[in-house]
Write a protein that binds this ligand. Sequence first.
Ligand SMILES: [Fe+2]
Length: 435
Amino acid sequence: MALDPYFNRQEGGEYAYTIEATKLKFGIGAIAEIGHDAKALGMTRVALYTDARVSKLEHVDKAATAIRDAGLTVEIYDAVEVEPTDRSFLAGAEFAHAGGFDGFVSVGGGSVMDTAKASNLYATYPADLLTYVNKPVGKAQPVPGPLKPHIACPTTFGTASECTGMAIFDILDMKMKTGIAHRELRPSLGILDPSALATLPALVVAANAFDVFSHAIESLTAKPFTERAAPDTPALRPIYQGANPYSDIACTEAIRLIGSNIERAMKIPEDISAREPLMFAGMLAGIGFGNSGCHVPHAMSYAVAGLVRDYNPKGWPSDHALVPHGISVIVNAPAVFRLIGPAAAARHLLAAKAMGADIRNIPEARAGEVLADQVIRLMRATGIPNGLSGLGYKEADIDALTNRTLPQTRLLDIAPRRISKNDISDLFRNSMYYW
Ligand SMILES: [Fe+2]
């Protein structure tokens, strides 16, 4: 018997799953150990990637000082673009190539860590940009071998880029978000120091917490790994394998931690003890979705972020309209849970229970609805906009949003049921208002 009936074996179906994660160090003050860690990884000449905003924070200074104190040299590259593009990836790679570095450190959010991964890749194995980029946009050629060591130090939480072999960016000409996904891209070490979260504005904390939350719920409700056909060779087993017993454990705990800490972490920013569990939850969900995969709310989020006209949230740079990633994800989530609930009812109920819902006597047909209600309650409590309408979208935008989402097949295919074009349109329609 399988560990859970969700993973019952199927004829010709996948029979094994792998659990891969970056080696991680977690703790308040851990950033001070980076010099020791860089040296242990054989680094002597380090490229430290960050962005213009983060470079002014104490965290970068602490990292650079610790690296120098260990007797290594370090050069700082602070030109990483938030929401990186093909252009900014190439600029980062150029810096890496010219500097002859033997190690990489990234200090910042997902954009910084992803740019360091791509720079390391293209400096180590030079190629046309599209060579390693996911299909259908790129050629998706496997990374030829190991990269130089990379220590990723998040100054925020949620993207979990420190745990994954993924680097996301926009292709400017195509106005499209895509990425590079390969296990060799995983950093050699992630240093998660919750003291970096002390200066995050409250709405940034909420948006990131909802990103974590959605990673965890999407992984838990993903198609079971046993439903994929077994690969012809183990080398062809994908990174994103579908739900599996290991990621279930990490993701259920991540949901519980976010549900019970998000409001306190927003209200009392100086209380790092309330933010520490959010960073830990982000790490757990990162290991979870890094092996199982996200699905529909994330597939829809790229269109929601890409087609924004005039939303300027408090706490983010305000020179242009933008929808922060966590918000672009969570505004779709309740509608998605209502649709796919019946395809993975027990898992939707498990997630609702982890958030504190009383699930006794709830029929399976209502599982998605119950989880959606929990998410909406938390969205309202934390100041998240009321669905797509709260971001300025109207009915007339649904076709464009749908067409932008259709190419996200890598994500859509991990949903626990087939998602048609009509489903996507209906999901955007049902995501307009929640209250
Ligand atoms: Fe995400």
